[in-house]
Design a protein around this ligand. Structure first.
Ligand SMILES: *Cc1c(COP(=O)(O)O)cnc(C)c1O
Length: 352
C-alpha cells in the first residue's frame, strides 16, 4: 500500500523550457519508503521537502548509497512515456547487492513511480530535448559509526524537469583521456551505480574542465590502456565501419542507453562488437583516417558526439569535429522512440 499525502501547495514551474538545464528544479511530490527490522515499509507519496538526518547517519560517513536515473516524456498527444523503467530497477537491485543494501520489490516500486508520475504529469516538459528526469536512490540511514552495512535505509524517488545535459546541446564534446586517475577497478564498484563512484571521479573531472574539456575518458586501472567509459556515459567508436563498445569487464557501468544502442544497431544490420578496445587502437585508426565516429551514451545526454580527444598532450580530431551519421541516427531513433515520434518496435516504452 502506498499512502498519498496531498498538498495544496504548488511550486511555480519554470516558465522557459529552453532554460531548464539539468537537475535544478524539483517537483511538488516525492516517493519515500523506509527499511528497518528486515523489511521495507511506510511507502508514501508526500510533498517534496527537506528531510532531517542525524550527523552520525551511515551514508554520510561510509557512502553506502546507490542511485538510478531514467526519464519520462510527454508529447503533443498528452501521452506520458517512461523509457525502459524495469531495466533501471533491475539494475538498482544489482547495485544494492554489491553495496550490502537489501533488495526492493521492483514491481511495487515501479507502481509507486507510475503513481508519482500521474500526480506530477504537468511537470513533464514538452519542448524538444526536454524530459522529466527521475532519480531513485537508496541511502543507509542507521545512526552508527561502526563500519558495518546499515540495518536501516531510505528509498526515495525525486523528479526534475530537465533540458539538454550539456549547456552547448548536441555540439560535439572534447574529451581528455585520463592517464593518471582511475574511476574503478575490476572487483571494485565500477559496475554498481553507487554514489561513491562519483566522488572519486570529481578530481579528474575538475582538472579536465579547467583545461577546457567537457569530460574525462577513463582507461582501465591496471594498464591504463583499455578504454572504459566517460563521466556518466558509456563509450562507442566506429572504427572502419565496425561499431565497437568496451565489453562489460566489471569496472564499467552497464548502461541502459548502451544496451539500447547495441540492440538498435544489431536490429538494423550494423556490425557491433563488445570487446576490449585500447586507446592505441583508436589513435591508430584516427591516424589512418578510420576513426569514423565516437560518441557517449547515457540517460542524461542520450547520445553525445565526441569531436576531439586529447591523449598525452596530443589532440585527435574525430570526423572533422562533426557529429557522425550513426551517432545522429541513434540520437534521432532513441529520442524518437522515447517521445513517440517513432514506433517502438522493442516495447521499450511504458505509457501511462
Ligand atoms: C548511469 C551511468 C551510465 C549510463 O547509464 P544509462 O543507463 O545509459 O543512463 C554510464 N556510466 C556511469 C558511470 C553511470 O553512472
Amino acid at each position: 500500500m502506498i499512502e498519498i499525502i496531498h498538498t495544496e501547495k504548488r511550486k511555480e514551474k519554470p516558465a522557459d523550457q529552453s532554460q531548464l538545464g539539468f537537475g535544478k528544479y524539483f517537483t511538488d511530490y516525492m516517493f519515500t519508503m523506509r527499511y528497518s527490522e528486515g523489511a521495507w515499509h511506510d511507502a508514501k507519496i508526500e510533498p517534496y521537502a527537506p528531510v532531517a538526518f542525524d550527523l552520525a547517519t551511515t551514508v554520510f560517513h561510509y557512502a553506502q548509497g546507490i542511485f538510478e536515473g531514467l526519464k519520462a516524456f510527454r508529447n503533443e498527444k498528452g501521452e506520458v512515456r517512461v523509457f525502459r523503467p524495469e531495466e533501471n530497477f533491475k539494475r538498482m537491485n544489482r547495485s544494492a547487492a554489491r553495496m550490502c543494501i537489501p533488495p526492493i520489490d521492483e514491481k511495487f516500486v515501479l507502481e509507486g513511480l507510475y503513481e508519482l508520475l500521474r500526480l506530477e504529469r504537468d511537470w513533464i516538459p514538452t519542448a524538444p530535448g526536454t524530459a522529466l528526469y527521475i532519480r531513485p536512490s537508496i541511502i543507509a540511514t542507521k545512526v552508527a559509526l561502526g563500519v558495518h552495512a546499515s540495518s536501516e535505509y531510505l528509498f526515495f524517488i525525486i523528479l526534475s524537469p530537465v533540458g539538454s545535459y550539456y549547456a552547448h546541446g548536441l555540439a560535439p564534446t572534447r574529451l581528455l583521456v585520463e592517464d593518471y586517475y582511475t574511476r574503478a577497478t575490476v572487483g571494485g564498484t565500477g559496475e554498481a551505480k553507487c554514489i561513491a563512484n562519483y566522488a572519486v571521479s570529481l578530481k579528474a573531472g575538475e582538472e579536465a574542465e579547467k583545461k577546457g574539456f567537457d569530460q574525462v575518458l577513463w582507461l582501465d586501472a591496471n594498464e591504463k590502456k583499455y578504454i572504459e567509459e566517460v563521466g556518466s556515459m558509456n563509450m562507442f567508436f566506429v572504427l572502419d565501419g565496425e561499431v565497437v563498445t568496451p565489453e562489460l569487464v566489471g569496472s564499467i557501468l552497464p548502461g541502459i542507453t548502451r544496451k539500447s544502442c547495441i540492440e538498435l544497431l544489431q536490429a538494423n544490420g550494423y556490425r557491433v562488437s563488445e570487446r576490449r578496445v585500447s586507446i592505441d587502437e583508436v589513435i591508430r585508426a584516427q591516424k589512418e583516417g578510420k576513426l569514423n565516429e565516437a560518441f557517449g551514451t547515457g540517460t542524461a545526454a542520450v547520445i553525445s558526439p565526441v569531436g576531439m580527444m586529447e591523449y598525452k598532450g596530443t589532440d585527435y580530431v574525430v570526423n572533422g569535429g562533426e557529429m557522425g551519421s550513426i551517432t545522429k541516427w541513434l540520437y534521432d531513433t532513441i529520442t524518437g522512440i522515447q517521445t513517440g515520434r517513432l514506433d517502438d518496435p522493442f516495447g521499450w516504452v511504458v505509457k501511462l
